[in-house]
Design a protein around this ligand. Sequence first.
Ligand SMILES: [Ca+2]
Ligand SMILES: [Ca+2]
Ligand SMILES: [Ca+2]
Length: 442
Amino acid sequence: MASTLLISAGTFLVGPTAIVPGAAAESSPAAGKVYYVAPNGSDGAAGTQAAPWASIAHAQSVVGAGDTVYFRGGTYAYTHGINSCTSQTDRVDAITLGKSGSSGNPIHYVAYPGEKPVFDFSRMTDDCRIKGFDVTGSWIHLKGLEVTGVPQNNKLNHESWGIWISGSNNTFEQIDSHHHMGPGLFIQKGGGNAVLNSDSHDNYDLNSSSGAGENADGFGAHIPAGNPGNVFRGCRAWGNSDDGFDLISAYSSVTIENSWAWRNGYVPGTTTAAGNGSGFKAGGYGGDYDAGAVKHTVRTSVAFANRAAGFYANHHPLANDFFNNTGYGNHPDFNMLGVDSSGAAVGRGNLRNNLAYTGTLTSNMSGTSAASNSWNLGIPLSDAQFRSVSTSGWDAPRQADGALPALPHLRPATNSTLIDKGVDVGLPYSGQAPDLGAFEAS
Ligand SMILES: [Ca+2]
Ligand SMILES: [Ca+2]
Ligand SMILES: [Ca+2]
């Protein structure tokens, strides 16, 4: 199923072709030069596998469009930004990726196959807001990097950021962003960015001036108008103190698909309430009606055990599409609270083939377009409808190609009454019709 959905971005199709593990980039005639960086390298070296560089900053100064930089396994530790705080509310970057590739020839910064490069920002001492990776360029491809520990070193700001994006047509693939004092990955502007098979977890902004935990989302896109094509696919967000995925104040449409969100809204690793706690917060503009609202899409995704809603409209002024999602044990599973042009609360959402089970099922459905969902069809639900209802193991290692782990959890059991009860919404399915929920029985 994943392969049928890997459709849109030329960036995505070109990148992995050049860097399939075991297939050396230099063997591809379309590929550019290949360089190496290692924790024990030297920026005065040649940048070869035998004599690697030490820093991504130096690599960037040399590379051009179509080139590949391999990062060997180990820890790349940062203690201060490349610029200095001019005030306690200023911003510094640990790493700025400002050099762009080009269409069909992105710059690749990727893990050496089978190894895990870890960018550790936990020892940064800058007394202002910090961005771990500040991606201002376009046509850049990051793959297989672990990014962790961006701190807040004072209590005067809302958050720091693991990865901040303001460029376009970038690809973030198999990124593991965690334990930041702010969002794991945040798209501020730019279009055509693809976040693929990536994880963001255990982020907690303890020192936020707006309240501890209120801003550390797993993934966010908060983009101006004119920035279409941002997508999150195959991503997981768990244990973040605010929301799993957050599209508040986004004025260009965003798609989230094949993604999972669980146990957001708590101090990580505890049951202590922290920030907002939605799995998928699909829009909104601070609670007010906004004539610039756009439609987002959330589909084939799973939310469970979030402190608040699994799937939340967040006062969105128009109907987003929610297709083939599974909400399990959220509060509620689907909350379609919207706002009309007079500012009154109303249900907003187009919902098809969704499945809500345990927790509170729905709220604010009056005013939505909801059909062929489990609660509309009155299908009796029980644990026996599923191969498993376990809430453990969702953070298991990914498959070799980066795909989500193949788990039995919340998938239809053989002969489940969830099978073939949906309607065609343009997504792939097997059998006579789509099944209800995020997983199609094979
Ligand atoms: Ca919040
Ligand atoms: Ca949030
Ligand atoms: Ca089916």
